[in-house]
Design a binder for this molecule. Structure first.
Ligand SMILES: [Zn+2]
Length: 336
């Protein structure tokens, strides 16, 4: 467990929040801020930031993962004192890596809400070899709900899946606490699980969903790891990523994974996988693997391999140790 946490202190979630970017840049005493954006996100939001904020330069990234390496080399000896990342997950993750390398504050302006990366201290890339790195969290998050609400609905629904996954992630963390109490933070667990519990009861508004995803990120910063928002359901998702099957978004995979892992929690300790599934259906999320191109045999293989992903992270899969027939039964019973 670490003793101090850096968390985003400027968080603005509302219609028209983008207007506050210049104020935040001023507040950070940034004189040579640079902006990263994507092609589409520049048209949607980057342009507005450009018009209203004094920027040193603007970089429109097409292949963020590759281009950010070059930018680190190029800007290391420059006088950049703030990075503003305007876009979806990959642009924001690139911003995290760049700002961490340059040791300057990051302002994120998400244009989607497909996962909990907008405020988190974790950057992950799924294209090619999947990897994730722990970075400093953003200093400020400006989530303009009038912009986010215009992104494809599928992305919003995926964001719901990533939020609901905190249910099983926190349950797994509590199981791990029995083995290593020093790795657990009640504050981080509460911050991560509360918005997910609310989402189980009723469909959240876009603003509530974004707030929940921001809270997930803050919980990760407090925990000093992705623990409060990543348990066995995320191992299942990473397992699928490694296999490279299907065309599901991260949030879709972890959402379905949450139903499966909640089933095992319910069997062993208590839970309600039906409630998780119903909440997802209420929000319009897919709960069927075949809808996202994942054949049952591949899902089964991913489940059996999931435990081997980051084995030091104890989850329900270690506690229950399901075998092939248990996984088959879980898939049959939950109907995912
Ligand atoms: Zn996630």
């Amino acid at each position: 467990m670490h003793k101090h946490a850096e968390i985003p202190l400027f968080v603005e979630i509302r219609d028209g929040a983008i207007e506050t970017v210049p104020l935040i840049v001023d507040g950070l005493k940034a004189e040579s801020a640079i902006m990263l954006s994507g092609k589409t996100s520049f048209d949607i939001a980057g342009k507005v930031v450009k018009e209203r904020t004094k920027l040193k330069s603007i970089y429109i990234l097409e292949k963020p993962k590759d281009e950010v390496r070059k930018l680190i080399a190029k800007l290391s000896y420059g006088d950049v004192d703030c990075v503003i990342a305007v876009g979806g997950g990959r642009i924001i993750d690139s911003g995290k890596i760049l700002a961490s390398e340059l040791n300057v504050p990051l302002v994120t302006v998400p244009t989607t809400a497909s996962h909990d990366g907008m405020a988190s201290p974790v950057a992950s890339f799924r294209d090619g070899e999947a990897f994730s790195v722990f970075t400093r969290p953003p200093s400020a998050v400006v989530a303009d709900t009038s912009i986010i609400s215009k992104c494809p609905i599928r992305l919003i629904r995926a964001g719901f899946g990533d939020l609901i996954s905190n249910i099983t992630a926190v349950k797994d963390w509590k199981l791990a606490k029995e083995i290593d109490p020093t790795d657990y933070s009640e504050v981080a667990a509460s911050i991560a699980s509360m918005p997910a519990e609310i989402a189980l009861e009723r469909a959240p508004s876009i603003e509530e969903l974004v707030r929940g995803l921001v809270m997930s990120g803050v919980a990760m910063s407090i925990a000093g790891s992705s623990r409060p928002a990543s348990g066995a359901e995320h191992k299942f998702s990473h397992s699928l990523d490694i296999m490279g099957v299907g065309h599901a978004l991260h949030g879709e995979q972890v959402g379905i994974g949450t139903i499966i892992m909640e089933y095992f929690h319910e069997m062993a300790y208590g839970g309600d996988w039906v409630k998780v599934k119903e909440a997802m259906e209420r929000f319009g999320c897919t709960t069927k693997l075949k809808d996202v191109g994942i054949p049952r045999e591949d899902a089964l293989l991913a489940l059996m391999n999931a435990k081997k992903i980051r084995p030091s992270r104890y989850t329900i899969l270690d506690a229950v140790n399901p075998d092939k027939s248990d996984f088959e039964k879980a898939l049959d019973v939950t109907g995912v």
